[in-house]
Design a protein around this ligand. Structure first.
Ligand code: SF4
Length: 171
């Protein structure tokens, strides 16, 4: 397993983004890895450069049969590169599903809110905007019950005392 960090790219635009990009990718691919961890590889880049990096990663994936574990805060970024998406809130998994399902039928209100914050211009992603209110608790001091209960528009009394289990939903 190897990690492809954004560090080579994001701080070095003045030095030549293409050179940094190829150096980083070449280094990651040298030992012929089966899995590459892409840790926020495009988070500090502008939209057009993001698209270039994502296209490059997709091309490499197709050419070498690579598997990526892609970490991002923006569901708009991972839409086209992901087969399966895991959504995490305050360090806990709230939803895992095939990418298609996540974008068409999100099951968790946090996933719904993340999708509502995408500014892609893509009608598929232009969902009803749902701005989350409430306070964002610190991960070291999560709320009792469901850890999303301070921000969830559907929270009930039960959500403040019982932590829900991750359940398999066929469909
Ligand atoms: S607060 Fe309640 S309704 Fe909202 S995600 Fe948690 S368990 Fe579900």
């Amino acid at each position: 397993m190897l990690t492809y960090h954004s560090g080579l790219c994001c701080g070095s635009l003045q030095l030549g983004w293409h050179r940094a990009k190829h150096l980083g990718v070449a280094r990651a691919l040298t030992p012929n890895p089966m899995l590459i961890v892409c840790d926020e590889p495009v988070s500090a880049l502008d939209v057009s450069v993001q698209a270039q990096v994502l296209n490059m990663l997709e091309d490499l994936q197709n050419e070498f049969g690579l598997t990526y574990l892609f970490v991002a805060h923006d569901l708009g970024v991972v839409e086209h590169i992901s087969d399966r998406i895991m959504v995490i809130y305050l360090g806990k998994i709230v939803e895992i599903a095939p990418a298609e399902t996540i974008y068409l039928e999100p099951a968790h209100p946090y996933t719904e809110a993340l999708l509502g914050s995408i500014h892609s211009g893509n009608p598929r992603s232009e969902r009803k905007r749902r701005f989350l209110g409430g306070t964002v608790p610190g991960p070291s001091n999560p709320p009792v019950g469901c850890n999303f209960n301070t921000r969830c528009p559907y929270a009930t009394d039960l959500c403040h005392c019982e932590e829900p289990e991750l359940k398999w939903c066929a469909g």
